[in-house]
Ligand binder design. Structure first.
Ligand code: SAM
Ligand code: SF4
Length: 469
């Protein structure tokens, strides 16, 4: 792969963003209400509007923003939470990102790449826990070529085990060239995620001193190349803690606007990890721009309102209490029962910490997370139907097509949840889950739809599987 940034220009207006976030002048409540109303009307916000929300410091106005994000989630997306698990394939890496346990200069990192047999075993363990959706994660190394990535994805899809299989694989890996993206697309990947880490170019340069990732522009252009290669579901993200969080939120927004303007469609998902401690990585213990829990809540709500059509991913990096609360402000996907050491799902050993990229905040099992979700009134969903029915860009459909959530998403969430309960759950989760399903089915307004879902649930109870709309 030849890295070339000829003709690539940054679409991040650094000076403009700096001036937007430095405007601390008092913004009246009426203006904040107007901006929230625009978002609730399903419009993406402009940078000036997002900056106004970011700059709010008054506690009451902050509450207004949190309430707006909560209302948007409830109104447009309902109470489903999609579940997935990360699968780390290999931690070899030629880059030297100062915050990451996999960086080339970290002598404490125990290097590992799954063999074909190990990959099958890892997949079997995940299937056995009840997972249907994965994100496969790779360091950046010539070993992890597009053909290698495509091969590992294919192996996962081909692994049928006991009562299930993985039905959707997303990718988090280094940016490829267009040809490389075509190769991974050809095996049927879902979303391709590339986090910019920081949109502040000067900071980016300091924190990525070596390897292909040292090119800010190559990375910034990565999702353009993915789109050009036909990967039309792409995921944005930044690593919060590297630079000013307000700057980063506006960076995400400018990237969104760039994709909309260039390809007519924005990102499928946005992720907002905060830096976690990592083995042998002092930088990660004291990140220069650590984001407090309060600011984190605020920024999640502002992202929700700014890009109302996008999926939002909250990972198990966050501790349980933060996750439980932030879920309210517009999260659509979480991982659960996650292990992030290479090979950890099937053979957890003493050394696994040294094979991990960072330390997780939420280590509950998938079943425990599902139990808690059901108890709190969320419908855990393993739905993969849009992607498999060729309805790509599904998140946008949920948002844009009136009635789509009622016709597809909620029924499919209920069916995939029932499938999980019958095949994989503990007794207490089964009881809590069936109760939730009965309540939610009764709430379906359209009598035909309600009857159809009830029939499918009965078929599921009788042993049929993989039913969806
Ligand atoms: N190697 C590829 C890359 O850098 O794009 C893909 C996978 S990398 C393993 C996934 C993401 O983990 C990175 O994009 C970064 O945002 C995040 N990450 C790295 N170190 C982290 C840390 N100490 N805490 C939390 N997240 C971290
Ligand atoms: Fe390598 Fe990715 Fe870690 Fe950077 S973040 S050192 S590229 S694995």
């Amino acid at each position: 792969m030849k890295i070339s940034v000829e003709g690539v220009k940054s679409f991040i207006p650094t000076g403009k963003i700096e001036s937007l976030i430095s405007q601390q002048s008092h913004i009246p409540e009426s203006r904040i209400r107007e901006i929230i109303a625009k978002s609730l009307d399903k419009n993406r916000l402009e940078p000036e509007e997002t900056a106004a929300l970011l700059n709010v410091t008054d506690p009451e106005l902050k509450q207004l923003i949190l309430a707006g994000a909560h209302e948007l989630k409830e109104r447009i997306y309902g109470n489903r939470i999609v579940l997935f698990a990360p699968l780390y394939v290999g931690n070899e890496c030629v880059n030297d990102c100062v915050y990451c346990g996999f960086r080339i200069s970290n002598a404490e990192c125990l290097r590992a790449t799954l063999s074909q047999e190990q990959l099958v075993r890892e997949t079997q363990s995940l299937v056995e826990a009840g997972h249907k959706r994965l994100i496969m994660v790779y360091g950046e190394h010539p070993m992890y070529s597009p053909e290698f990535i495509a091969g590992t994805v294919q192996t996962v899809y081909d692994t049928k085990y006991k009562k299930g299989e993985i039905r959707r694989v997303n990718i988090n890996a280094a940016p490829l060239d267009i040809e490389g993206f075509r190769t991974v697309k050809s095996v049927g990947i879902g979303t391709y995620q590339i986090f910019q880490e920081t949109y502040h170019e000067e900071t980016y340069g300091k924190l990525h001193p070596r390897g292909p990732k040292s090119s800010f522009l190559w990375r910034l252009d990565g999702l353009d190349r993915a789109m050009k290669a036909g990967c039309d579901d792409v995921g944005l993200g930044v690593l919060f803690g590297l630079y000013d969080w307000k700057f980063e939120v506006l960076g995400l927004l400018y990237h969104t606007i760039h994709l909309e303007e260039t390809f007519g469609v924005g990102p499928h998902t946005i992720s907002f990890p905060r830096i976690e401690p990592a083995n042998g990585t002092e930088f990660a213990d004291r990140p220069p721009h650590q984001v407090s829990d309060d600011d984190f809540k605020h920024l999640v709500a502002v992202i929700r309102l700014s890009v109302p059509y996008t999926g939002m991913i909250l990972t198990a990096r966050e501790p349980v209490a933060v996750r439980d609360e932030v879920l309210r402000y517009g999260i659509s996907q979480i991982d659960a029962g996650s292990s992030i050491g290479v090979g950890d799902y099937s053979s957890h050993d003493e050394e696994s910490r040294k094979k991990s990229q960072f330390v997780l905040g939420d280590t509950r099992s998938l079943d425990d997370v599902i139990f808690e979700l059901a108890k709190s009134g969320y419908i855990p969903s393993f739905c993969t139907s849009c992607y498999r029915a060729g309805r790509t860009g599904e998140h946008f459909m949920e948002f844009a097509i009136p009635g789509f959530v009622k016709r597809f998403c909620t029924p499919n969430a209920l069916l995939t949840f029932a499938e999980y309960l019958y095949d994989f759950s503990s007794e207490r989760t089964l009881q809590a889950g069936l109760e939730l399903i009965a309540n939610e089915t009764a709430k379906i307004g359209d009598a035909n739809m309600r009857q159809s879902v009830q029939e499918k649930l009965a078929e599921m109870k009788a042993g049929k599987r993989d039913l969806y709309y």
